[in-house]
Design a protein around this ligand. Structure first.
Ligand code: FAD
Length: 458
């Protein structure tokens, strides 16, 4: 066999890349292809922060391929049409790509297979590329998916994992296949000022640093908002510049309680994927309806805007929302408490919050974002769907001396200690110095009563 095409999607790396390995094993030449997909743009997933990060990833992938004698071919348009064009130009027999969990990815795979087979070519889809344990390989006896994380994780932990693959030494690309110019992050406008850098080289350095000096403290520090003691690998896992299989493998080798807690967290990613794979509608519809009649109207709109802008008057909520805007990333504890605040305290539809997160998050991911929003709103897989996080209690527990709030809410930078979490209690000159920092937009007790009433919990 002469030539295969490798379609890169959410796996923008050279290490541990089964489609690339299979193509190189079976063909003399390969065309590494990425298609900037109209479908994804149309669905509103092409947010500036992710486009800029993607540009870094594509340039880095191209550089890695060039070091090995190859290069990346970039095309834009309908993914099926573009793959067929490249297949024809290269006279390729086969296309290799990774499986993924969303309804969109299923549709893409199906359409590609039909089109290629009609043309006498073959599509090979490789599992365990975008998940450590692929959707469907771990299932309970009486259902097609796990609806609760803990039993899922028990099975997940016992599931044998393949060994990670190394990067190829040589990649031979046929002559004459045209590529568009690779995008650059500088050309993307509207990005967050402190956006992380993309690409496999950066990702591998981060993994090495994390395993050397971060993972051990993970169990104790992952919820400490100011300490920032999580891996920050989520954008790399989203774009596949880190292989989850390799990450889990190397974390297990590192060993210890920190590594165990970290691997457990990575398993949440697979949990969400196995759920989305069988319930694709959960990206937009309640997984379990609570018959919510979410608030709408002018006051609700004003509350939503205050939440988006980080001006709710609850400092911990505002700090996290401002971190999101500034970095395109937010600490998990921040995501939990801001999502609880929107859906339960303000009683606003989880889809409104999920949309805002997807507009800004560099790791914005249909499975992880929509299903975590549903989890927090109580319409998803949380076994305690009506729990409400009190932002002030959360603040005192996860930002005990207020460092995180002072870092992000400049109006409060002068307030010392935990008093920063309740600025409405300040008096005298401290209060006068708050400037235009708002009073709380909702009374927590009123919010709780409204929620209980709405969910019939009184
Ligand atoms: P670490 O704590 O270092 O964890 C390592 C990896 O495990 C993460 O990179 C991620 O891939 C995975 N992981 C950790 N926690 C979760 C979780 N709860 N669910 C699924 N996977 C997890 N994560 C995204 O990757 N994309 C999103 O769009 C996203 N949206 C979220 C929205 C809400 C409302 C909530 C509550 C959580 C969301 N998460 C999302 C999950 C989690 O907050 C992030 O993965 C995590 O904060 C990323 O930081 P980290 O890489 O330092 O995580």
């Amino acid at each position: 066999m002469n030539t295969s095409v490798v379609l890169f999607t959410a796996d923008l790396r050279l290490h541990d890349h089964p489609p690339l390995r299979a193509a190189l094993d079976g063909a003399r030449q390969v065309v590494p292809l990425f298609v900037r997909d109209d479908g994804i743009d149309g669905a509103g997933f092409a947010a500036p922060n992710r486009l800029a990060f993607l540009a870094d990833c594509l340039r880095d992938l191209d550089a890695g391929l060039r070091e090995r004698g190859g290069r990346l071919v970039l095309r834009s348009g309908d993914v099926v049409a573009e793959v067929l064009k490249v297949v024809a130009e290269a006279d390729a027999d086969e296309v290799h790509m990774a499986a993924d969990a969303s309804g969109y990815a299923h549709h893409r795979e199906h359409a590609l297979r039909e089109a290629l087979e009609a043309d006498g070519r073959r599509l090979h889809v490789h599992d365990t590329v975008t998940a450590a344990v692929e959707p469907g390989s771990v299932t309970p006896t009486a259902s097609d998916h796990f609806a609760v994380f803990t039993p899922y994780f028990r099975h997940w932990s016992g599931h044998s994992q393949r060994d990670p693959l190394g990067a190829p030494r040589k990649v031979r690309v046929p002559d004459g296949i045209k590529s568009e110019e690779l995008p650059s992050r500088e050309a993307v406008s509207g990005t967050s000022p402190a956006l992380a850098e993309g690409g496999e080289v950066v990702a591998r350095r981060m993994v090495a640093d994390w395993l050397r000096s971060g993972i051990d403290a993970y169990e104790d520090q992952h919820d400490d908002l100011a300490g920032d003691g999580t891996s920050r690998l989520s954008p790399h896992l989203h774009f596949g510049t880190v292989s989850p299989v390799e990450l889990v493998h190397r974390s297990r080798l590192a060993g210890g309680a920190g590594a165990e807690a970290f691997v457990r967290q990575v398993a949440w990613r697979d949990f969400n994927r196995q759920l989305l794979a069988v319930r694709p509608a959960a990206s937009r519809a309640d997984y379990r309806t609570r018959r919510d009649r979410w608030r709408t109207g002018r006051k609700a709109e004003a509350d939503i805007e205050a939440w988006r802008q980080g001006r709710t008057g609850y400092p911990i909520v505002d700090a996290a929302m401002r971190q999101l805007r500034h970095e395109g990333w937010m600490h998990n504890r921040g995501r939990l408490l801001t999502a609880s605040f929107l859906t339960k305290t303000l009683y606003v539809d989880w889809r409104v919050g999920a949309r805002h997160f997807l507009d800004l998050l560099v790791d914005g991911d249909v499975a992880n974002n929509q299903l975590n929003w549903q989890w927090t709103a109580g319409t998803g897989t949380d076994t305690r769907p009506n729990r409400v996080l009190n932002p002030t209690t959360q603040a005192k527990r996860y930002d005990p001396d207020g460092t995180y709030v002072r870092r992000w809410v400049e109006e409060l930078a002068h307030v010392e200690g935990k008093a920063v979490h309740e600025p409405w209690k300040l008096s005298g000159s401290d209060r006068a110095r708050l400037g235009d920092y708002p009073d709380p937009i909702v009374d927590l007790k009123d919010g709780l009563d409204r929620f209980k009433h709405a969910r019939g919990l009184e």
